[in-house]
Design a protein around this ligand. Structure first.
Ligand SMILES: Cc1cc2nc3c(=O)[nH]c(=O)nc-3n(C[C@H](O)[C@H](O)[C@H](O)COP(=O)(O)O)c2cc1C
Length: 155
């Protein structure tokens, strides 16, 4: 399976999940960087925060890949601006998509619904979803990712 993990990570949890998928499936990874500065808690109260990020790269070439993982932390019950923006810049037609979030366990279902809606809008064929609780350190993140991939019959 030719797969790539497109993800954003601020403090490293989503990065750990992405690297675990890379290791277990031989997937490629593409981390999205958000150069937006001075974001305050007040910013998150306004929906347009989701369109405010300045990301690098702006787009990922996915022609080669059969399966695309898209991963984001949950931020205030939503997805991150960086992931919103990269999805908005892309078309996932004819691609199988697996969505994942990392979360402290609050609002992840709502965030997953938003992610699903957004990827559907950009023509992705969603074949799997999982959320990883990021309370227990790196080893737990790796184990939970392992289990999620097993549940999806990918390993
Ligand atoms: C600005 C901000 C908002 C967050 N909002 C939520 C939230 O609504 N629900 C939740 O469960 N965790 C929330 N978290 C925690 C992160 O989702 C969680 O720690 C995640 O694993 C971080 O991923 P990262 O290390 O890849 O950045 C928030 C973290 C930040 C920085």
């Amino acid at each position: 399976m030719r797969s790539i993990v497109i993800f954003y990570s601020k403090s490293g949890n989503t990065l750990t999940v992405a690297n675990t998928i890379k290791k277990l499936l031989g997937a490629h990874t593409k981390e999205i960087t958000d150069f937006t500065v001075h974001r305050t808690i007040l910013d998150y109260l306004f929906p347009n925060i989701l369109d405010s990020s300045r990301i690098q790269p702006r787009k990922v070439d996915i022609d080669y890949y059969e399966t695309i993982f898209i991963g984001t932390p949950v931020w205030l019950g939503s997805i991150t601006p960086a992931i919103k923006k990269i999805i908005d810049n892309m078309d996932f037609k004819n691609k199988n998509i697996i969505l994942f979030t990392t979360t402290k366990g609050i609002g992840d279902e709502i965030a997953m619904r938003k992610l699903t809606k957004l990827v559907n809008k950009h023509n992705g064929n969603i074949i799997g979803r999982f959320s990883i609780i990021s309370n227990g350190g790196t080893e737990k993140l790796i184990n939970c990712t392992n289990m999620a991939l097993e549940d999806l019959n990918l390993i």
